[in-house]
Design a protein around this ligand. Structure first.
Ligand code: ADP
Length: 481
């Protein structure tokens, strides 16, 4: 029996010393009375340096020590025990070890507290797990913020197609608030745009863990429809079955409008470029057939080549402006001289285009070439959109802090509806101006050039009278007539 008791004692002793927990018993002030092998091994200490020498709080990191003395110990005194609190143990030459501590206050025969017994478990895994949880929670929060702020409609639905989340952009796109659509079948408001892409097909793909991208038609709350491009992404559950589906939708009306605009642009440009080319070809053929030089044919070829050059120059300049690559070389310029030069460059005499200008120079700091282009554009338009022989006037004058140049014509009236769009890229008034050639770039280019000089262009159009385009540029100080 005695042997057996000894054996049992040895087993218990061994369990106490070597078991998977750290044990330490202390006096009320923390002085260590007993400590097991496991804990010594964890912290890399020897028993003799601990017993009666160090206190429990001394083997904790500083924040742990403060917490122990100010919170943990008073609580322990009050309750008699505290469970499952994490502390970090200071280890020699290594990172602190996170442990989960359970503490018990022991009393003597009279019920007076005398000892404290701490048992602790290695909490490394748990700590890593907690951190992982915090990390994934944070990234989930970030993701949720992205979804909230996204300009794309982002929706999630169950494997049965029932909407589970509906973001703000989806509210804007369809008009339905989240509470009006969550819990409903997405199919009630969304249909594939083309017959061949039926919902069955979409679900079959999603169940095979394949994403689907296609164009669809949505029904808005106000009864209108909206064309969207929709991307469906399947999310498998733990067993690999379809668990949920996220759908990202984007309004493609704008893209469609851009596509239409591009198509239109292509047609107009091709047409505009082809007209002078046809002329060049016809005149060259004429000379070829006759086998002789023809003054008029050559003049026509040159003029048509000039038209082609103007068109391509405008296209190039417009694309530079669009890409913010308009460069200016400003220099001191007399606006009066510049306006007269623009008139002369058109090869028409001053009886067709009258110039009204002060006798003295009106100085502005501008890129001469670019400003010349602006005045020429306005004059060309005045000629293009006026009946043959219509009177055109260029008026140069200072006005307050500005130097102004106006082009006044008595041509076709510009409708009220068209006025706000006149300076848009590729805008041309439909109808009225009939078959007058043009790309709708002249005013766009002119406006951007004037704007880059810190000035502006205004337009007035009066029925039965004509139009006046006025360029206003900031004037050089002291140059006002
Ligand atoms: P384009 O002349 O090549 O069409 P613009 O940008 O110069 O391009 O002009 C845009 C539109 O504005 C023209 O298509 C025309 O309808 C209108 N417009 C411009 N200038 C005048 C004008 N002086 N009188 C009447 N309409 C004009």
């Amino acid at each position: 029996m005695g042997v057996s008791d000894d054996l049992l004692q040895a087993i218990l002793e061994d369990l106490y010393e070597q078991g998977p927990c750290g044990y330490v018993s202390t006096r009320l002030d923390g002085t260590i009375l007993r400590v097991n092998e496991t804990l010594l091994r964890w912290i890399g200490a020897v028993r003799d340096d601990m017993i009666a020498v160090r206190r429990f709080q001394d083997i904790l990191t500083v924040p742990g020590k403060l917490f122990y003395e100010n919170q943990y110990f008073p609580l322990l005194r009050l309750q008699g025990s505290v469970q499952e609190v994490t502390f970090d143990l200071v280890r020699r030459g290594r990172e602190p070890l996170p442990v989960l501590v359970n503490s018990l206050q022991r009393t003597d025969a009279d019920g007076r507290p005398v000892l404290i017994a701490h048992a602790m478990f290695d909490a490394t895994d748990r700590r890593a797990y907690e951190q992982e949880l915090i990390r994934s929670r944070r990234s989930a929060e970030q993701l949720a913020a992205v979804v909230r702020m996204s300009s794309d409609a982002i929706v999630s639905m169950s494997a049965e197609g029932i909407v589970t989340t509906w973001n703000a952009a989806a509210e804007r796109l369809f008009g339905y608030p989240a509470h009006g659509i969550v819990g409903r079948d997405l199919r009630t408001i969304l249909a594939p745009a083309k017959e061949h892409a039926l919902w069955q097909h979409i679900w079959a793909e999603l169940r095979s863990a394949r994403a689907v991208q296609l164009e669809m038609v949505g029904s808005c709350i106000n009864g209108r429809t909206v064309e969207v491009s929709a991307g469906f992404t399947p999310h498998p559950d733990l067993l690999g079955n379809l668990g949920a589906v996220s759908v990202i939708m984007r309004d493609i009306a704008e893209r469609r409008a851009v596509e239409r605009l591009q198509q239109e642009f292509l047609e107009v440009t091709t047409h505009e470029l082809r007209t002078p080319l046809t002329g060049i070809r016809a005149n060259a053929q004429l000379m070829q057939r006759r086998g002789a030089y023809n003054e008029r044919a050559v003049a026509a070829i040159i003029s048509q080549a000039d038209t082609l050059k103007r068109l391509t120059d405008d296209l190039l300049l417009a694309s530079q402006i669009q890409a913010d690559r308009l460069t200016l070389v400003p220099e001191q310029t007399d606006l009066v001289t510049a306006a007269r030069a623009a008139v002369q460059s058109l090869g028409v005499d001053e009886s067709v285009i009258r110039v009204e200008a002060p006798a003295e120079p009106l100085m502005v700091e501008v890129d001469q070439h670019r400003l010349g282009q602006v005045v020429t554009n306005l004059l060309t338009n005045a000629i293009k959109y006026s009946p043959e022989g219509g009177e055109i006037t260029v008026r140069v004058a200072p006005h307050m802090e500005e130097a102004r140049v106006s082009v006044v014509d008595h041509g076709v009236e510009i409708s009220r509806d068209a006025l706000p769009h006149l300076f848009d890229r590729f805008y041309r008034v439909s109808g009225g101006t009939g078959r007058v050639p043009g790309l709708g770039l002249g005013l766009y280019i002119s406006w951007r050039i004037v704007e880059a000089h810190g000035g502006r262009i205004d337009v007035e159009s009066t029925p039965g009278y004509g139009s006046t385009f006025t360029v206003a540029l900031p004037m050089q100080r002291g140059s006002a007539g």
